[in-house]
Design a protein around this ligand. Sequence first.
Ligand code: SAH
Ligand code: SF4
Ligand code: F3S
Length: 432
Amino acid sequence: MRVYIKTYGCQMNESDTETMAGILSHEGFEIVDDVESADVVILNTCVVRQKSQDKYHSALGQLVKLKKQGKIKLIGIAGCGSNLEGERLLQLGADFVIGSRSIVEIANVLKRAVEGEKIVYLEDRTCDIVADLPKLRSTKHHAWITIIHGCNRFCTYCIVPYVRGRERSRPIQDVLKEIEGLTQQGVIEVTFLGQNVDAYGKDLKDGTSLAKLIEETSEFDRIKRIWFLTSYPTDITDELIDVVANNPKAAKSFHIPVQSGSDRILKLMNRRYTSAQFLKLVEKIRSKVQDVAISSDIIVGFPTESEEDYLQSVELVRQARFERLNLAVYSPRPGTVAAKYYPDDVPYSVKVKRLNELLNLQKQINAELNRSYLNRTVELFVEGKTKDGSHYGRDIRNKIVIFTAEKPLQPGECVRVKIDRVTAGPVYGKMI
Ligand code: SAH
Ligand code: SF4
Ligand code: F3S
């Protein structure tokens, strides 16, 4: 039986897809790359915004049609949408629904569905997500590794704690065992994942921390670069900053969502810092980690966001000068405090205007920052080829570098590139 898994949402879902594909393939199912060649289609879903939810609902509608035409046999829903909608997804035409913390059961759930059963399986099985699980990774030299599941923060706009559950860190020994296995498969780069990846270890209460994990990971000769995503501002410790500063294998990159520049809005969001504290953190990281890249997320149009609040976000962006900024229009999510108690009172046109203005400002900042890349030589691992035959990869600051080379290159090869052209997006150069 051929299975196609379509992934929506964040890197955590990408990683879960790789685990589900690994388990299924281990159990004799064939994993394919498109709907056309599949008997079973699984949508690994995201509900962080209404738009994300609409996307998989429309895909589900299409799949129901294909099933009626006999082109596919079964439809499965996995990921955060399963936890939010459960049973309702069966009514919309899914044959099975499996939760974001239940992925280890995917093969059994699918086998039962093949027998004709309709299933909603949402049990918390995070304890069973361990190093030994087979994974079918999409890249050979790089691996996603979820080290902490769930979130305890309950920002008032966010649905993640409701669909991903509470924070649970994997034991460090288990993570290291996974990395050891990965090195034998040719992996040289790892990205540690968590909604609050910097909270890693706190719940274990045995001194485990992200800083320690990075240090221990760097002991593997074959591991050349170590990334981590996403950091909650107040969970970043001095120890972590020092490790990133001093460990040559640690990528010089922090993704730290700020969400707003207005202290009044930050408070309503239940983010536990002020914009001044955030900027101080940025400054501290920059003073300790040479040439570090800091990226962030901002939500515009949060309930009651006034022009003045918004301008404080603009001011924060001007001051912080992020290397990358993900912008989102506020979207009320069912069950969250904001959706229940705060009116979604910023008109959509105003939200979009604010989003576009910030996008333009960020573009301008990127164009300015990227100028410092001109004539610089960067080292990177080849990730793949662009349509026009150039190669691309990311440098240690997560900058996308597109470059030409005189010989064919394989993904994972380490190359040096001299930058000769920059844009507000990628930078361009030649391999030397
Ligand atoms: N754990 C991370 C972010 C996880 S969700 C953090 O603490 O910041 C990823 C991003 O989606 C968030 O940073 C936020 O910018 C956006 N987001 C989450 N809920 C949203 C909502 N209800 N409306 C719009 N954007 C949202
Ligand atoms: Fe959502 Fe906040 Fe948790 Fe991030 S920290 S996942 S924004 S609740
Ligand atoms: Fe979306 Fe779930 Fe990730 S809601 S952003 S897929 S944790």
